[in-house]
Design a protein around this ligand. Structure first.
Ligand code: ADP
Length: 482
């Protein structure tokens, strides 16, 4: 094993096997983790349950719990270089992107640490009709109680950040958790357990288990002693999770796929709009659920924008985790790259035109060129499916109503981006887009305080912000008669 990351091998002797972990930018083996079987899942859930019932975390004074989270945030900040190096090699992303992931993860934890103890119910004095015709007096209040043991299942794009999106509110709420990272990128999540322990989180409150989705993930999802699953991943797996969670009717938060439109009107600031569309499409090599891969451009500026986007795509340097100058990294696996290529090839066979890109790179690592496609039709997989690769289709339109209908013609509803200098038009189109997150003259902006709640088949519930925290609580209504 070359350049093995020392934390890659997880303790645990009774896993059913070992999962090799590769750097997708050079196909080097960088570690191995346990393929957790049912017994490991059961033990992790039992540890979480024991800590939840004993109250060793949830019953601590709020200030103590907040301190632990703030301390963990400090440790993450201090260990940015080390964590970014792990994240880069695990996912294949470059050092700048990896450092950004660690930075926004730190910010997310600080945000939720600040919420500890600040979620309150409401109270009132009620007078109700009693059964015997008398009035009854009550002092009533609602209280927020942590939902219990939560299973957190995350994908391979930005793994440390997506883990934090779930771990931070779960711990802030007082839950105990079992976290399962993606089999492709398990390494940084393992560090989380260590970091929180060092920060003073009691043992057993956060448990990280590694394994494949269809076995370890499925066992966690179906586990009768898990109260909630928070999942980020594909819509297809989201459906499996809904079915598996039916046994004990777990609470679910699902952050699923997207096929987000970007709409560019002819009054947009074109330089900014082209760069925004390029980054909206190509950040993370398109491996981003909010990636704006359907780019609708008003006809008068269409040719100019296609040329501009092609030039932007060609300009971005490609490289792996060891290349400080790269912007575009590899795709996560050979299978994923083959899938992306098949979607493009199928579109071309049906009449689509590749303006730039459309090929795999002839080097080690799962690289696929930044690709701009025109002449698509609405039925093509290029337009209908979440590609999760650096492939965008540019589609001309004539007027507002037409583009709103086209933008909404999808099962997904995660995000959308509008480029215009016309304020009235911006508001009209914001109101009509069926998506949980809309940017005007921006793409991919995000903040810990702003929830993402996928519409349609992009999800259930929401993450980030107060809304994200609330999903880790049950509400109890209390009537005190007097
Ligand atoms: P992506 O398309 O981003 O790979 P997936 O939806 O396939 O996303 O996987 C996201 C996460 O869900 C990963 O941690 C994966 O192991 C897990 N997963 C996959 N299949 C299942 C399943 N049937 N039950 C629970 N978790 C699963």
């Amino acid at each position: 094993m070359s350049n093995a990351i020392d934390t890659a091998t997880v303790a645990g002797s009774h896993g059913s096997g070992i999962i090799p972990v590769y750097d997708p930018s050079n196909e080097e083996l960088i570690g191995e983790v346990v393929d957790s079987d049912q017994k490991i899942v059961d033990e992790a859930v039992a540890r979480a349950r024991e800590t939840f019932e004993s109250g060793v975390w949830r019953k601590l004074p709020a200030a103590h719990r907040a301190e632990v989270l703030f301390r963990a945030a400090d440790i993450i900040k201090a260990r940015t270089d080390e964590l970014a190096a792990i994240e880069a090699r695990d996912n294949g992303m470059n050092a700048t992107a990896a450092r950004h992931i660690i930075k926004v993860s730190h910010e997310m934890l600080v945000y939720y640490a600040g919420w500890v103890g600040k979620i309150h119910g409401e109270s009132s004095n009620l007078v109700s009709d009693g059964l015997l015709g008398t009035f009854e007096n009550y002092h009533t209040f609602t209280q927020y109680e942590p939902v219990g043991v939560v299973g957190l299942i995350i994908p391979w794009n930005g793994p440390f950040f997506i883990a934090m999106l779930k771990v931070a509110p779960a711990l802030a709420a007082g839950c105990s958790a079992v976290l399962k990272p993606a089999e492709q990128t398990p390494l940084s999540a393992l560090k989380l357990e260590e970091i929180f322990r060092e920060a003073g989180l009691p043992d057993g409150v956060l448990n990280v288990i590694t394994g494949y989705g269809e076995t370890t993930g499925a066992a966690l999802t179906a586990h009768p002693d898990v109260d909630k699953i928070a999942f980020t991943g594909s819509t297809e797996v989201g459906r499996l999770i809904v079915k598996a969670a039916a046994g004990n009717l777990k609470r679910l938060t699902l952050e699923l796929g997207g096929k987000s439109p970007l709409i560019m009107f002819d009054d947009a600031n074109l330089d900014k709009a082209i760069m925004g569309a390029g980054m909206g499409l190509l950040a993370g090599s398109g491996q981003n659920c909010s990636c704006t891969s359907r780019i609708y451009v008003q006809r008068g500026i269409y040719e100019q924008v296609v040329d501009g986007l092609a030039a932007f795509a060609q300009m971005l340097p490609m490289g792996g985790s060891d290349d400080p100058n790269s912007v575009l990294g590899p795709l996560i696996s050979q299978e994923q790259r083959a899938r992306v290529a098949s979607i493009v090839d199928e579109g071309v066979a049906a009449g689509a035109h590749v303006v730039t890109g459309g090929k795999m790179l002839d080097r080690s690592g799962y690289f696929y060129e930044a690709t701009i496609v025109t002449d698509t039709t609405p039925d093509m997989r290029l337009i209908r499916e979440e590609i999760f690769g650096p492939v965008g289709s540019v589609i001309p339109f004539d007027d507002e109503d037409e583009v709103i209908a086209a933008a909404n013609d999808t099962h997904y509803g995660l995000a959308g981006s509008i480029w215009t200098e016309n304020l009235g038009r911006a508001h009209r189109v914001v109101n009509e887009l069926r998506a949980g997150q809309v940017w005007v003259n921006s793409a991919l902006a995000s903040d810990p305080s702003m929830p993402i709640c996928g519409h349609k088949q992009s999800g259930w519930g929401g993450e980030r912000g107060k809304k994200g925290l609330e999903s880790y609580f049950n509400i109890k209504s209390v009537y005190i008669g007097h």
